[in-house]
Ligand binder design. Structure first.
Ligand code: GLU
Length: 561
C-alpha cells in the first residue's frame, strides 16, 4: 500500500495539499487531524502559548484519533522555551507496574507468547504517562487554565466527530484487536463504524469533565484510577492503585547531535529514537549526499547501510537508563562513527554489519551483549506547535499499537495502551520487563538549531520507522533543497537488523532494482512508513511554514497578524 492510502482525484489531492501546508506569522500548529489542528490554533489565537496549545491538542486527538493516542497512553513532550533558551523533555513514558517480571511475556515452556495474544492482554498495559507529562509542562510553562484547554475537546466529544478514512481503515484492519467494550463502541450493532459516521463520546466527555474539575491528579487517584485497575484486574492485568498514584513524569535533558552545521536536540533514553536517529545522521554527515539525486540508488544505499549499522547498535545497547548504563556517548563518538563507516563499501550490501563496541569509547567499559530483536511496528501520532514568542512544543504520543491493548475503560470511554510490548518478550537483555521499568521506545520529537536559533521541528509515529521517517525528512530538507512538504512526501525506506527492506510505493523503481542487484532484499508490496508533521521556523522573514504528511488527514494551521 502506498502512503496515499486512498486513491485521490487530482482535485482532492490539491485540496489535501492545501490543508497539509500553511504559513503563519504568529504561530503554527500541525497535527494529523484537522479538528485537533484547529483547536490548537484557536488556543494560540486566544493568546495561549505552545504548551497550552499542545495540551489542548492532546485531548482533542483522544477524541478524533482514538486508535493512535489518548489519556490511556504515554508520550515524550518536548518543549523549547525561547526566553530561557532551554530544551526539556517532559517524559510521560509508561512504566511497568511494580508486579511486572522478566518472564511475563513467555509461557511455561519459555516460549514467547504470540504477539496478537500478548499485545491485547491486560499485562501489556503500562502506566499511562501522557497526562502526567502534560500536567508537568503546563504547571511549568502554561499560561491558560487546564479546564479551558480541555473544554474544546468536550464540545467535540459531545457534538460528535465524523469518522474519517484513517479511523475507518484502522477499524477495518485492526478491529480484531478490540476487547469487548471497545468492540461494542466502535462496532455498534456488530458492524464497524464507516467513513462519515458520527462518533459521539459522552463517556469520554464526562471523564474530561472530571479532569477539568479536579485536575490531572483525578486520573491517577480516585474513581478513574479505580476503574482502570478494576478493568485490568478482570483480565489478568498487573497494575495496582499504588502504581498509578506513584507515577510521575520525569523532566529530562535532550540528547544532542549535529548534521550539516545544525545542532539537533531529540528525546533521550529510555527512548532509543533520538540516539539512533542522531547516529544515522552522524554517519551520513560524512558523505556529500547533495551530489546525488534525491531518487538515486546512492542515496537509498547510504540510507540503508546507515540504518543497518545504527539499528544493530540500537538493539544491542538500548534500555531504561534508570536500570542500566547505556553507551550513549560512545554511540555518537567521532572515533566510533569512523569505525562504523568502514562497513560502507558502495559495492554490495555488507552482510558483516552487526553491532559494534561503543563501550570502549566510554570511561566505564563493558562488553557488548547481543539482545533479542522482536520489534513490532506500531502507529501512533505526532503533533507540533510554535507560538508567537518562538516557543516550541513537539510531542509524540501513543497508545502503542492501533487501539492499544484494545481494552477500554468502559464507563470512562478511553482505551488503554499496550506499551509494555516494547520490552523484549524474550528476557535476558537490558530491555527485559521489570518492575517500574520503562520499555525502549523509538519516539524522537526533534528540534534543529542553526547558529543557536531553532529552524525546524519535526517528529513521526511508527515504532522503529519513526527513526527512519525523521532522519530521512531532515536529509531531504537539508541536502536536496526541497520544501519541507516535499521533504516529507518524498518516498521513504526502512530496514533494521533483518534482511527485508520496506519501501513506499512512490520509491523510484530503477533505484530499487539497482539495490536489489547489490544484494538488498525488498518486500514484494510497498508499505506506508511513518507520518511526519513538521514546522520550519524562518526567523529572517518572520515566517512559520507548517507541513503535514499525506498519509493521514493532517492539517497545518497557521496564525497570522
Ligand atoms: N512503539 C512506539 C515507540 O517507539 C510507539 C510510538 C509509535 O509507534 O508512534 O514508542
Amino acid at each position: 500500500m502506498s502512503r496515499r492510502a486512498k486513491s485521490l482525484t487530482r482535485e482532492m489531492q490539491k485540496t489535501s495539499h492545501e490543508r497539509e501546508t500553511d504559513t503563519g506569522t504568529k504561530g503554527m500548529v500541525v497535527t494529523a487531524h484537522p479538528i485537533a489542528s484547529d483547536i490548537g490554533r484557536d488556543i494560540l489565537a486566544k493568546g495561549g502559548n505552545a504548551v497550552d496549545a499542545a495540551v489542548a491538542i492532546q485531548f482533542a486527538l483522544n477524541v478524533v484519533e482514538p486508535m493512535m493516542t489518548g489519556i490511556g497512553g504515554s508520550g515524550f513532550f518536548m518543549v523549547y522555551q525561547k526566553k530561557e533558551d532551554t530544551v526539556q523533555i517532559f517524559n510521560g513514558h509508561s512504566r511497568a507496574p511494580k508486579a511486572a517480571y522478566a518472564n511475563m511475556f513467555v509461557d511455561e515452556n519459555k516460549e514467547v507468547i504470540p504477539f496478537k495474544e500478548r499485545s491485547t492482554h491486560a499485562s501489556a498495559v503500562g502506566i499511562p504517562g501522557i497526562l502526567s507529562a502534560l500536567d508537568a509542562a503546563l504547571k511549568k510553562y502554561g499560561s491558560m487554565p487546564l479546564a479551558d484547554l480541555i473544554q474544546p475537546s468536550i464540545d467535540v466529544a459531545e457534538e460528535g466527530v465524523e469518522v474519517n478514512w484513517v479511523l475507518s481503515n484502522a477499524l477495518e484492519q485492526h478491529g480484531h484487536r478490540l476487547g469487548e467494550h471497545a468492540k461494542s463502541f466502535f462496532f455498534p450493532e456488530g458492524a464497524a463504524l464507516g467513513e462519515g459516521d458520527l462518533l459521539v463520546k459522552e463517556k469520554l466527555a464526562n471523564t474530561f469533565r472530571l479532569l477539568q474539575e479536579k485536575g490531572i491528579k483525578a486520573f491517577y487517584e480516585g474513581e478513574i484510577a479505580e476503574a482502570i485497575v478494576a478493568e485490568l484486574k478482570e483480565e489478568g492485568g498487573l497494575i495496582e492503585l499504588e502504581d498509578l498514584k506513584e507515577y510521575s513524569a520525569t523532566v529530562d535533558e535532550p540528547v544532542w547531535g549535529e548534521y550539516r552545521g545544525h545542532k539537533i536536540a531529540s528525546a533521550a533514553p529510555p527512548t532509543a529514537g533520538g540516539v539512533t536517529m542522531l547516529q544515522i545522521l552522524k554517519i551520513l554527515d560524512t558523505f556529500d549526499l547533495s551530489k546525488y539525486d534525491i531518487k538515486s540508488k546512492e542515496k537509498y544505499y547510504l540510507f540503508l547501510e546507515a540504518m543497518r549499522l545504527a539499528f544493530a547498535d540500537k538493539v544491542a545497547f538500548s534500555g531504561d537508563p534508570e536500570f542500566a548504563e547505556l553507551p550513549t556517548k560512545g554511540l555518537l563518538d567521532e572515533q566510533y562513527i569512523k569505525e562504523r563507516l568502514q562497513y560502507i563499501n558502495f559495492k554490495r550490501r555488507n552482510d558483516a554489519i552487526d553491532f559494534g563496541n561503543p563501550w570502549k569509547l566510554e570511561d566505564d567499559q563493558k562488553p557488548p551483549v547481543k539482545q533479542p530483536d522482536d520489534m513490532e511496528k506500531s502507529e501512533t501520532t505526532h503533533f507540533t506547535v510554535v507560538d508567537q514568542w518562538g516557543n516550541i512544543a513537539s510531542c509524540t504520543s501513543t497508545v502503542e499499537h492501533p487501539f492499544g491493548s484494545g481494552i477500554m475503560v468502559s464507563d470512562y470511554g478511553f482505551i488503554l495502551n499496550n506499551e509494555l510490548t516494547d520490552f523484549d518478550a524474550n528476557p535476558g537483555g537490558t530491555n527485559e520487563p521489570g518492575p517500574w521499568k520503562r520499555p525502549v521506545s523509538c519516539k524522537c520529537p526533534t528540534i534543529l538549531f542553526k547558529d543557536g536559533k531553532p529552524v525546524l521541528t519535526l517528529g513521526s509515529p511508527g515504532g522503529p520507522t519513526i527513526i527512519a521517517s525523521v532522519f530521512q525528512t531532515i536529509v531531504h530538507y537539508l541536502d536536496f533543497g526541497v520544501s519541507i512538504k516535499d521533504a516529507i512526501d518524498e518516498a521513504r525506506i526502512f530496514v533494521t537488523t533483518g534482511p527485508l527492506v520496506e519501501w513506499e510505493g512512490e520509491m523510484d523503481q530503477n533505484a530499487k532494482g539497482e539495490l536489489q542487484a547489490m544484494g538488498f532484499d525488498f518486500g514484494d508490496e510497498p508499505s506506508s512508513i511513518g507520518n511526519v508533521q513538521a514546522i520550519v521556523i524562518d526567523g529572517e522573514n518572520g515566517l512559520l511554514h507548517g507541513a503535514a504528511d499525506f498519509s493521514r488527514e493532517g492539517k497545518a494551521a497557521g496564525l497570522n497578524d
